[in-house]
Design a protein around this ligand. Structure first.
Ligand SMILES: [Zn+2]
Ligand SMILES: [Zn+2]
Length: 167
């Protein structure tokens, strides 16, 4: 049950995961752009990853970014005023372009489109009322020692599916 405080501070626990059994939807900070993920397994299994790479940290304004790489056709971007902006980032580990999309009005990072994953969109999960429990961490070599651990998540040294920390 959402309290008035939760409404403004975003307590994820004020949303039962059953609210998101068909997908999840949210707007950027100013409300200009709505992102909807149509997927019925967002909270029935682990989804997404925490990325510690320098670019994700810059975009997130934080020590980690909560990302979900998901099939393009499952993501709907509703941008009635056409304010979505794209920054073509080539300073990536792969050297391939990552198009970083954000709201041109409020600056909220929303999603990334990586040339190396042409069928996927990487959604920045911070905008949503509740974030699925992630599957793994990427660029775990670049973690800060003070941040603690996120349970027993697989920690890939660099790319997802690659060498794991301590292997
Ligand atoms: Zn906005
Ligand atoms: Zn990253």
């Amino acid at each position: 049950m959402a309290t008035s405080t939760a409404k403004f501070t975003g307590d994820p626990n004020s949303h039962d995961t059953s609210e998101f059994s068909d997908g999840i939807s949210a707007t950027c900070l100013c409300g200009s752009i709505r992102i909807t993920i149509n997927d019925n397994e967002l909270f029935t299994r682990k989804r997404g990853h925490l990325c510690h790479c320098a670019n994700c940290r810059k975009v997130a304004g934080s020590y980690v970014s909560s990302n979900l790489a998901i099939e393009k056709e499952k993501v709907v971007v509703d941008d009635p005023q056409g304010v979505l902006k794209r920054y073509r980032d080539y300073a990536t580990a792969s050297g391939k372009c990552v198009e970083r999309c954000f709201c041109g009005t409020c600056g909220n990072p929303l999603l990334s489109i990586a040339e190396i994953y042409p069928t996927m969109i990487i959604v920045k999960m911070g905008i949503f009322p509740r974030i699925p429990e992630p599957e793994c961490e990427s660029f775990a070599l670049h973690r800060h020692a003070w941040q603690g651990k996120h349970g027993d998540l697989p920690q890939f040294e660099i790319v997802r599916g690659g060498k794991q920390l301590g292997e």
